[in-house]
Design a protein around this ligand. Structure first.
Ligand code: NOJ
Length: 590
């Protein structure tokens, strides 16, 4: 209905977003058609996630609707038209369940309800229904590794050694009085064992003390969690992002983890002052995780078109491949952070990782992730402080024009900046207090969405739970919508390109100019359709770039420009593409 990239469409988009006037009759027709669809069409409808655009919302920070300074579900519903115009297919909601909010929702005290700070189940149902009208799917965060210590299961479990729920969590005797069972550590600092004087045992917590780990060897735990998934799928949820899924199990012999040594043979010390340990195979990535993933896939399969996304920070492609399942019967989309978290503009590293995802995961769909609520934003990991806009444009080009499902984080599309607290007394994320000043926590990437240049950036009429970064005057949706060359419009155009051009949506990736140290270039190809080529200048100097098409069977060097860095020239041929600093060129070979 809307054509981005045309100046005439801008006014309509801006008006639609601001006034919330967009309706989707075309979509309603498509839905009716889908209802009558043949089995083949239905099968491809169930594959909606391939090549899809997924948007992570941190609900606390997206849009407040009731003036309490905390984002909520009705706020998200009020912004669905914005997301529709942007081109989002699915929203991943960080946890909205009842929670003491120690870890801002990742400590769940009731898996089948909504935290009053975010709204009610009725608000949630309305969000799902309104999203459905716009053909946007809702994916929930599912935290299975641990609950809150205020969850009734844990309260029962902690009440006595003989309580029927005792074995729902990981309880152990200490090695000796005052000595925990072993040296395992919490990811958030210090021992992973918390002593309970009432029952004289320790419980294990991979994360905060208030997040006791569930015992996944207990079939009752599995059943309870699987039923929870069913509960949400019946309410129209399209799948789950599985929090910390590789950490479900621990070494059955409770052996100590090995200490990481530095070059001089001394123990490495982390930001919390603890020795660094090798967690692999001990408290992370145990083979039994795959059994659970298979069971979960069965549960998910009860509801057509539902998906499993994994929070999988793997350090090698073999682990990534494995988590799709040997028979493709585990996760649909384990997150591939190996591209997004390179954190250095090194073309060789990008080329290697993108190519691995293309060639070494059994042809499965990669899920590239460059940003989320746990890591400093793109500016802090890739920016140089001078060309951040150009760099963000380039990173988004890699994300949206590679063969992948593309996941991005709220605010990336306008170029929100990491804004960490400057004083320990302002820190909200507890890990930032434990690790201060080396580790300032995650508040910096969780600041409220910047909608307007007006009061509180249009996020709230109250006092925002985290301060609004000073950049909001220029970095905001309202300002960027009406600037044709803004990052927001670049995102819209990229998403539109991937939606309208099947080669960009699903064509294979072929890396080009494979020994170039300055420019990352690749082609996207489908037999019988025009090839699309992409070049990104990874340096702060202009580059004159010649595409080497020897790996593609192409004989012509003539191309039509599809997108390019604003202000740059159309090349006469693919032998002479002038790329500005961190510039981008996308062309369709003629
Ligand atoms: C990963 C989540 O993304 C993070 O925010 C959380 O603190 C940990 N898992 C523990 O749930």
């Amino acid at each position: 209905m809307f054509t981005f990239g045309k100046r005439s469409a801008k006014f309509l988009i801006a008006l639609s977003i601001v006034a919330g006037l967009i309706s989707y009759p075309a979509h309603a027709q498509a839905q009716k058609a889908a209802a009558k669809a043949s089995p083949a069409t239905q099968a491809s409808a169930n594959d909606w996630w391939k090549g899809a655009v997924v948007y992570e919302i941190y609900p606390r920070s997206f849009q407040d609707s009731n003036g309490d300074g905390i984002g909520d579900l009705n706020g998200i519903t009020s912004r669905l038209d914005y997301l529709k115009v942007l081109g989002v297919d699915a929203i991943w909601l960080s946890p909205i369940y009842p929670s003491p909010q120690v870890d801002f929702g990742y400590d769940i005290s009731d898996y089948e309800n909504i935290d009053p700070a975010y709204g009610t189940l009725a608000d949630f149902d309305r969000l799902v229904a309104e999203a459905k009208k716009r053909d946007i799917k809702i994916v929930m965060d599912m935290v299975m590794n641990h609950t809150s210590d205020k969850h009734k299961w844990f309260i029962e479990s902690a009440s006595s050694k003989t309580n029927p729920k005792r074995d729902w969590y990981v309880w152990k005797d200490g090695k000796a009085p005052g000595v925990p069972p072993n040296n395992w550590q919490s990811d958030f600092g210090h021992s992973a064992w918390q002593f309970d004087p009432k029952t004289n045992q320790y419980y294990y917590h991979k994360f905060y003390i208030q997040q006791p780990d569930l015992n996944w060897d207990n079939p009752q735990v599995r059943k309870a969690m699987y039923d929870t998934c069913r509960f949400w799928m019946k309410r129209g949820v399209y799948g789950f992002r599985l929090d910390a899924i590789p950490t479900l199990f621990e070494d059955p012999q409770d052996r100590d983890e090995q200490v990481v040594k530095d070059a001089n043979g001394n123990p490495k010390i982390n930001a919390y002052g603890d020795q660094e340990l090798i967690t692999e195979g001990m408290t992370d990535n145990l083979p039994k995780v795959h059994d659970v993933e298979k069971e979960l896939r069965q549960v998910i399969n009860e509801f057509p078109g539902r998906i499993l996304i994994g929070e999988t920070y793997f350090s090698n492609v073999a682990d990534l491949r494995r988590s799709y399942g040997i028979k493709n019967d585990e996760l649909h989309l384990p997150m591939d952070f190996q591209v997004g978290m390179i954190n250095k503009l090194d073309p060789a590293a990008f080329r290697l990782r993108i190519n691995e995802a293309e060639t070494q995961i059994n042809g499965n769909e990669p899920l590239f992730v460059f940003d989320n609520h746990d890591n400093p934003r793109l500016d802090a990991r890739y920016g140089d402080g001078v060309h951040d806009l150009e760099i963000e444009r380039m990173i988004s080009t890699v994300l949206f024009t590679s063969r992948d499902t593309a996941l991005f984080y709220y605010g990336d599309e306008i170029g929100m900046k990491t804004t960490p607290p400057t004083r320990i007394e302002d820190v909200k994320d507890p890990v930032g207090r434990t690790g201060w000043p080396k580790e300032k926590g995650r508040d910096g990437e969780r600041t409220p969405m910047q909608w307007t240049p007006g009061p509180n950036a249009g996020f709230t009429t109250g006092t925002p739970w985290l301060p609004i970064p000073p950049t909001y005057k220029t970095v905001n949706v309202e300002t960027e919508v009406s600037d044709y060359d803004s990052l927001l419009n670049w995102y819209k155009q990229l998403i539109e390109l991937r939606r309208n051009n099947p080669v960009v949506a699903t064509g294979k990736n072929v890396m080009l100019n494979t020994s170039d140290t300055k420019v990352l270039a690749w082609a996207r190809q489908i037999d019988g359709q025009p090839t699309v080529v992409i070049a990104c200048n990874f340096t702060a100097e202009p580059q004159k770039f010649a595409f080497d098409l020897s790996g593609t069977n192409l004989t012509t060097k003539q191309a039509k420009t599809l997108m390019k860095t604003p202000g740059s020239a159309d090349p006469a041929s693919l032998d002479e593409v002038n790329l500005p600093p961190f510039g981008v060129y996308i062309g369709q070979v003629q």
